[in-house]
Structure formats: C-alpha cells, structure tokens
Ligand binder design. Structure first.
Ligand code: ASP
Ligand code: MG
Length: 327
C-alpha cells in the first residue's frame, strides 16, 4: 500500500500523527529512514511527529534513578552523554551538532541537579523524561538538515496530567485537547513539529511520565486533539502479530483489525502496548497503521474503527479487497 493509501483528498493536506519508537530513532541508519519517510509524507500530508527516547535510553535512566552510588551514577551519565554525542556527530553537520550539544548539556545539567535531590516521584519523573528531552531536539535537527522545516516541542505544553484521588497520575483529556489545539493553531504552516513522547505536566509545569511505552499514548492523545486523519505507528516490526514473530515462527501478522477489538485486547495486555494507547483514537475514530521503517512500502497492520470516517472508506475497502485476493 502506498504511504498515502488513506489520504483521500488532494485539495487539502490531511493531518497525520507519525510516532517513531526508540529503535526508529536509535541509530544513524534508523534516523536516515525516518528522514526519508517524513520527507515523502510531507509532500502529501501535514505530519506531526511524536518520538521516543533512543532505544535503551529509558532503561538506562531507570537504572540511573535507582543508583545511589555516586561513582556508578557517573558511569551512567557518561554512557548517556557518549551515546547522544556520538549519534548526533554522525548525523548532523558541524553547526547543528554544536546547537545539539548545547541542548544536550542543558539536559545533563538538569539530570545532575536532579540526582542530588532527595528520592521522590518528582525526582524520578525528571530523570525518566530526560530521554525524550534528548531525542526530540536531535530528530528536529536532522530533519532540518535535510531541508524539512522542523522544531522540537516539549509535551509538557500539550499533555496535562492530574493527580487522581488514589494518588496516581491521569491525563486530563479535556485540558490536553484544549492546550494542544491552541498550540497547533499557532504552528506555522509547513513546520513539522517533533513532540516528546511519554511525558506531560501538571498545571504548575512539573513533568510527569505516562508509564513505559507511553509514547503511543502521547501520539494517540495528540491525534485526537488535532483531529488527525491517521496515526502511523512506525516501529521495526511490520505490524501486529498473533505472537512475538522474533520468538515464534508460527506467529501470523494481522492485516487489519477493528480498533474496537484492538482496544479490548490491548487492555487485556495482549498486544503489549501501553494500556491506554488506543483510547483517544478510538474516541475520535482515527485509523491506526502499525508499520515498519524497514519496509515502508509494506502493508503493516491497519487498525480501523468500525464507524469508519468517510474520508478513509474507499482506501480501506481497497486494502481489504487486495488482502482477500492474496488469500
Ligand atoms: N521511552 C519510553 C519507554 O521506553 C516511552 C516509549 O518509548 O514509549 O518506555
Ligand atoms: Mg519504546
């Protein structure tokens, strides 16, 4: 299927949310593929990107957060700095690399200060969020280097989190929608935003992370808020499978799924995604397309709402017919 199979109008650019997970931003090759995908998308649609931390980085930050030994903390810090320095040197030109290093040192300074704070949830959230604070500026700069006008966006401005009566944090969907809409209205046409996944903020700006795998939830919330036509979930596996295809040869790929079913299965923890990942897109009837950056032309898995919006009906029918013909 073409990258624009669901793009049914030609007169007006459709809005799409493109989420890239850790492996899709974690190496120079992955970032090159990302640039190719976004450049192609940009011609026919208005993409908004949501990105995870570089692969493995959130795990490192979790280790750093629980580490009490100062020397070992320093070892983790060095690992973080080196990884981001090396990757940015590989993919950016001299001038942009300098700009990125300034951003990186701001993140590292904040991490150092935060590590000195007494343990507590606020300390933890700042540490965990740092991965996305380091990845989104890098992605925006590499896009810019390849001629795509881009800026990174701290999702603290967009996603509002409140403490529930039970002491856990939940996303305030109405506030999130209002904040995101008003930000989006002011975004210059032609600018591709690169939004940090995984995090939001309380009213006072204090960062709160959304739980592991939370970038899918972020992307889904943003897709709902801006009224996106589609949510492309780019990863390194070409769709959703009945079992982990890396471990089980018998695993079969779903060509298409009902969003209602995907939501139920995911809530029962059968799809391995963030528990709330599909809620906002289900509410807004937005199709989700799980795709691999390694095979951008592949079909992936298309997850369609039962109440299909008019604009995607024709393309969905074509895809289903094609699938039937193949069987
Ligand atoms: N970086 C976070 C994690 O690894 C969020 C995400 O990737 O969705 O859990
Ligand atoms: Mg991830």
């Amino acid at each position: 299927m073409s990258t624009d199979a669901l793009h049914s109008t030609h007169s007006q650019k459709v809005v799409k949310v493109l989420k890239f997970g850790g492996t899709s931003v974690g190496s120079a090759e992955a970032l090159e593929r990302l640039v190719g995908i976004v450049s192609a998308e940009e011609m026919g649609s208005r993409p908004l990107l949501v990105v995870s931390a570089l692969s493995g980085v959130t795990d490192w930050l979790h280790a750093l957060e629980t580490e009490t030994h100062r020397k070992r903390q320093q070892v983790w810090m060095r690992k973080l700095v080196r990884r981001h320095q090396a990757l940015s040197a590989e993919v950016l030109d001299h001038e942009r690399h300098g700009r990125y290093l300034n951003r990186l040192s701001e993140c590292i300074d904040l991490l150092r200060d935060t590590l000195r704070r007494p343990p507590g949830p606020m300390r933890s959230h700042v540490i965990w969020a740092s991965g996305e604070w380091m990845s989104a500026p890098l992605v925006a700069l590499i896009l810019e280097r390849h001629g795509v006008s881009s800026e990174w966006v701290d999702a603290r401005r967009l996603i509002r989190v409140v403490e529930s009566a039970s002491g856990s944090w939940v996303v305030d969907r109405n506030k999130t929608r209002a904040q995101t809409e008003s930000w989006y209205r002011r975004l210059p046409a032609g600018r591709v935003p690169v939004i940090t996944g995984f995090l939001g903020a309380e009213e006072n700006g204090q960062v709160v992370t959304l739980g592991r795998g939370g970038s899918d939830y972020s992307a889904s919330l943003i897709a709902e808020a801006v009224g996106a036509s589609k949510f492309d979930r780019w990863t390194d596996v070409d769709g959703l499978y009945t079992a982990d295809p890396r471990k089980n040869e018998q695993a079969g790929r779903f060509l298409y799924l009902l969003l209602e079913d995907a939501t139920t299965w995911n809530e029962a923890n059968q799809l391995g995604m963030h528990a709330h990942a599909f809620e906002p897109v289900l509410h807004a009837c937005i199709p989700v397309h799980v795709r691999s950056t390694r095979h951008p032309q592949g079909d992936g898995t298309l997850i369609l709402p039962a109440r299909l919006p008019k604009r995607v009906e024709k393309d969905a029918r074509e895809l289903m017919n094609r699938t039937r013909a193949a069987i």
